[in-house]
Design a protein around this ligand. Structure first.
Ligand SMILES: O=C(O)CCC(=O)C(=O)O
Ligand SMILES: [Fe+2]
Length: 353
């Protein structure tokens, strides 16, 4: 598949559109009726008892709750995760600080569809697609050979140090979660770290999403339905505004923010290596009329070159049939980057017959 270096149309910044004071959405952001979110009267959080499971890492039953969450939801909220609260609030402050910069400075980081690194406003290079109501900034942290710190925002001045510190905390957590997932799948604790390429090669990418206030939130989405391509994702969301939703049994369920909690979303490679015992969660975001929203997202990814397929012991324990084809993460991600995000289509196309 050919690699496009440029976007097919001039890129508009959603933040600029929102600040221009428009009262109607441009056509490119309007989704067909069946893809629109139900109109909700309030953007405020309202926790529901039947919602996404909450795993308390300091509680005795954390493995049990996680066991069900990984199989039934592909997502859970994580509390008492060990990352100091000051890291969370500083990371949010530094990330917001980037979007507060003058547009001319933000534009210095405009990204392209080859690497996506930098300031972006769309996914996929297909001409004429419906656009999402959000801007983002994307950059690599690990493996260290992929890190180009000059491509990280230079401002606000504390950005690089703060995000480095936050993400090293998240990396420790990622290793702990991989060890818990291994144990839960009946494997030696170090097995998933090894399967994904070893500690030095595991990838970590940072993406901050900025969803400005939207004049007609009932007609659009902040981020189209998708699954994340890597192992799993760690999200820190604004603590007083809703937006993230996970699909469960064909119904979109809100993930209301719990202050200082992290949302863990299982991604496609975990579904693959677990031979479908775990499910990757399809998710999307909605936007609000009165409130902007931010989310800080760390993607934990496998080594790019290694072939990833179902783990042998898990396949054997499940009757011997591997349900997914082997593929390297780089190949898989390139497919998504070219075509754009589209529910669970890519993962399903990897399932053998
Ligand atoms: O904004 C959110 O809460 C989710 C973001 C997300 O799914 C992503 O960046 O892949
Ligand atoms: Fe995502």
């Amino acid at each position: 598949m050919g690699l496009n270096l440029a976007w097919p149309e001039p890129v508009e910044r959603v933040q600029k559109l929102a600040e221009s004071g428009i009262t109607h959405l441009p056509q490119r952001y309007i989704r067909p009726p069946q893809e629109r979110p139900p109109s909700s009267p309030s953007p405020s959080p309202s926790p529901s008892p039947a919602g996404v499971p909450v795993v308390d890492l300091s509680a005795g039953n954390s493995m049990e709750v996680m066991h069900c969450a990984c199989r039934e939801w592909g997502a859970f909220q994580l509390i008492n995760h060990g990352i100091p609260h000051i890291f969370l609030s500083s990371a949010m402050h530094a990330s917001r600080g980037f979007f507060d910069l003058p547009m001319s400075e933000k534009q210095l980081y405009a990204n392209d569809p080859l690497t996506y690194e930098g300031y972006g406003s769309r996914m996929g290079v297909k001409k004429g697609i419906i656009l999402d109501w959000g801007d983002y900034f994307f950059h690599h942290l690990r493996p260290l050979s992929h890190r180009k710190q000059h491509k990280w925002p230079a401002n606000p001045p504390h950005y690089r140090r703060t995000i480095e510190e936050y993400c090293s905390g998240v990396f420790e957590l990622c290793k702990e979660l991989l060890s818990m997932f291994s144990e839960d799948l009946g494997l030696p604790k170090s097995r998933l770290v090894e399967t994904f390429g070893g500690e030095e090669q595991i990838g970590l990418c940072y993406r901050m999403n900025y969803y400005p206030e939207c004049p007609q939130p009932e007609l659009t989405l902040g981020l189209s339905p998708h699954t994340d391509p890597g192992c799993f994702t760690v999200i820190f969301q604004d603590d007083d505004v809703c937006g993230l939703q996970v699909k469960k049994d064909d119904v979109w369920v809100s993930v209301p923010p719990i202050p200082k909690a992290l949302v863990i979303i299982l991604a496609d490679q975990l579904e693959v290596i677990s031979n479908g015992i775990y499910t990757s969660a399809e998710h999307r975001t909605t936007v609000n009329k009165e409130r902007e929203r931010m989310s800080l997202v760390v993607f934990c990814n496998p080594d790019g070159e290694m072939k990833i397929g179902p783990v042998q012991e898990v396949v054997a324990a499940g009757g011997g049939k591997a349900l997914y084809e082997e593929m390297s993460f780089n190949q898989y991600r390139q497919l998504i980057r070219t075509v754009g995000i589209k529910g669970k289509t890519f993962l399903n196309s990897r399932k053998g017959s």
